[in-house]
Design a binder for this molecule. Structure first.
Ligand SMILES: O=C(O)CCC(=O)C(=O)O
Length: 260
């Protein structure tokens, strides 16, 4: 993840934010309706899928989206995390982009299994031990997806001015065959995917960006090869006044683990 920092002059708004909670069907927005297909609910597997999933697809992009928690559950989890989490300070709250050091425009924390580390944007993050609430959320994600995660990167956005620049989660230590599971709590925020061949003025391909709204209590599953083909960002949205916590559950390859 080499993040491009977003400065002033952010582009026009794409969707309204902080709307009252609506049904999952209405909550997600992609560039075209064809990108979203309702999956045949298969709750018969060995893990539970109690929620209607939406499939989001484009060339090289494969995501699943669902509301994992009710509003009440999500609000409680948010409050618990506010009490439990300790965010990075000092060097750990900075990134290096092309040799220059910047303060991260949000707060960040890393938790996970003992000994797991994750290096991105020039800084190595060590996982703090799972807190009770993080363990609960992680287990719910695992029960729902059938996937086990050993690390979570947490980003806290105090309001819509806090943001995350365009990047891919494609570090070598991430298992490339594993999805990244992104849980959102708090304010709804826009989330934008851009195909790697359709970025910048030099690009010779015209591939529409995929734009989503990530709601309170939602889970976005980014399946391979999404993270190698598409960049994603959480742009500035000045009208958003409420905070948001995002948790991306990841599987970090451990030293001595067989290569996948
Ligand atoms: O807050 C978000 O939804 C974006 C998080 C993200 O892009 C990341 O953790 O790589």
């Amino acid at each position: 993840m080499m993040e491009k920092l977003v400065g002033r002059g952010q582009k026009k708004r794409l969707h309204s934010n902080d709307e009252p909670r609506r049904s999952p069907r209405k909550k997600i927005k992609a560039e075209t309706d064809e990108m979203i297909k309702e999956e045949d609910g298969d709750a018969s597997g060995e893990f539970s899928r109690p929620i209607p999933w939406k499939k989001i697809e484009a060339e090289g992009l494969d995501c699943d989206y669902a509301l994992l928690f009710s509003k009440e559950e999500a609000d409680t989890l948010f409050q618990q995390l506010e009490e439990e989490l300790v965010y990075s300070t000092g060097e750990q709250a900075q990134v290096q982009v092309f040799g220059k050091v910047y303060n991260i425009p949000r707060k960040q924390a890393t938790y996970g299994d003992a000994g797991v580390t994750y290096t991105y944007s020039g800084v190595t993050r060590v996982a703090s031990p799972w807190t009770p609430t993080l363990r609960n959320i992680r287990d719910k994600v695992t029960n729902t997806t059938g996937r086990i995660f050993n690390f979570v990167l947490i980003n806290r956005y105090k309001d819509g001015r806090d943001h995350m620049g365009e990047h891919r989660d494609d570090e070598r230590e991430l298992d490339p065959l594993w999805p990244i599971a992104s849980v959102s709590l708090g304010a709804t925020r826009d989330f934008i995917f851009r195909h790697r061949d359709a970025r910048g003025k030099q690009s010779n391909r015209r591939i529409q960006p995929v734009k989503l709204e990530l709601a309170n209590g939602s889970l976005l599953l980014m399946n391979p090869p999404t993270n190698s083909m598409w960049y994603h960002s959480l742009p500035i949205r000045k009208k958003v006044i409420r905070p948001r916590i995002n948790l991306t559950f990841r599987r970090i390859k451990l030293i001595n683990e067989p290569k996948s």
